[in-house]
Design a protein around this ligand. Sequence first.
Ligand SMILES: [Zn+2]
Length: 123
Amino acid sequence: MAQDTTAASLQSTRFTCPSCKELAEQAWFSCYADRITNPAGVPLRIRGDDLRRLAENPQFPPEVREQKVAYWNKVNGGEVFLERWAPIHSDLFVAGMELSVCHACLQPAVWLGGEMVYPRHSG
Ligand SMILES: [Zn+2]
């Protein structure tokens, strides 16, 4: 099971993916901030009874409900992933934070201060 591994680095576009463990091309993304403007003023999370109600909401077709529930289960489980959302316009650049995204599995890694902080390494 000896596989070629190349340490992930801010200076590289090809390294061993922390998610799928493949040596793969990595695309880099800078991050911009978008102010949360919902009425509560805090990040939106749908879980528990609210998620159960969403799962049964007849306003949405079954496949849309499934997608929404899968999305919230991933968010509630602590996953970080890319998702198409409404387009934003922001000039608030998050300096010192980047994402690398694996071409093989499309999973993002989160980098803060030049260090990969997600996914968290286990073991
Ligand atoms: Zn990967």
